[in-house]
Design a protein around this ligand. Structure first.
Ligand SMILES: C[S@@+](CC[C@H](N)C(=O)[O-])C[C@H]1O[C@@H](n2cnc3c(N)ncnc32)[C@H](O)[C@@H]1O
Length: 233
């Protein structure tokens, strides 16, 4: 499958790479998404609360600085929410911003939880960094209760058509100019190549299905720059 690349912990996209940009990460997200990324996460959280109003517990894989866990907490007042990420630097920021959820250092390919522990697993802008993705998908299935939901928000862009063209303009020109100006340029070169290498929406939906995750809903954001895949196991 297309995600068979590297298991190397020091590779691009790893927790070690994110440690180096953790201090700038939130600011850069706002700049590169023209302030839209916060609204995308809130939309995901609201959609989940409508589909699963009383979840047992929620897991946010590749939680980074905690922005999705914080949006989830806005709509899910009571259930435990756990954010997991390998980057100590990113988690430090999450803990500073949010004391209402639990944060844990770990790898999405080897989740430190018992089977059937969660009703919802989310990943925002993280699945691109986890390789091979199949290992993470198998873990999501294992820790979810039967009928559980996986929400994946990713910079997954059409390869053709107007929205593909607009997304490529953003990735090729806006990301390196703004990313290079405000942060380490190698990290933003990685962002550029990893977006280009990520499968398009149709191919990714097929990959999810092959891995036991049936897509119930796809929703593009930001003129097709990002896309939500809402799946059931
Ligand atoms: C682009 S950030 C996304 C952060 C956050 N979810 C958000 O919405 O802003 C990607 C995150 O993936 C994490 N990551 C990298 N490899 C991972 C792995 N094997 N398992 C889980 N997370 C991983 C990185 O440490 C980083 O925090």
């Amino acid at each position: 499958m297309s995600s068979e690349k590297s298991d190397n912990a020091s590779a691009d996209g790893s927790g070690a790479m994110f440690d180096q940009i953790a201090a700038d990460y939130d600011r850069l997200n706002r700049i590169l998404s023209f302030g839209m990324d916060t609204g995308w996460r809130k939309w995901v959280a609201k959609q989940l609360s409508e589909r699963s109003p009383n979840p047992k517990a929620l897991l946010d894989v590749a939680c980074g600085t905690g922005d999705l866990a914080i949006s989830l907490r806005e709509v899910f007042a009571d259930p435990p929410i756990v954010g997991l990420d390998p980057s100590e630097g990113m988690l430090r920021h999450a803990l500073k911003k949010d004391d209402r959820s639990g944060y844990l250092q770990g790898d999405g390919r080897l989740l430190p939880f018992a089977d059937n522990s969660f009703s919802i697993v989310t990943v925002a802008f993280g699945i691109r960094n986890i390789r091979p993705r199949e290992k993470a998908f198998a873990e999501f299935r294992r820790v979810l209760q039967p009928g559980g939901i996986v929400a994946i928000l990713e910079l997954c862009q059409e390869k053709r058509g107007l929205s593909g063209w607009l997304a490529r303009i953003h990735t090729r020109f806006v990301v390196p100019i703004l990313g290079g100006a405000f942060a380490r340029s190698d990290a933003y070169r990685y962002l550029q190549t990893s977006i280009a290498e990520f499968p398009g929406p149709g191919e990714f939906a097929e990959e999810l299905k092959e891995n036991g995750l049936e897509v119930m809903l796809q929703k593009p954001f930001g003129l097709g720059a990002a896309r939500l895949f809402l799946c059931r196991v």
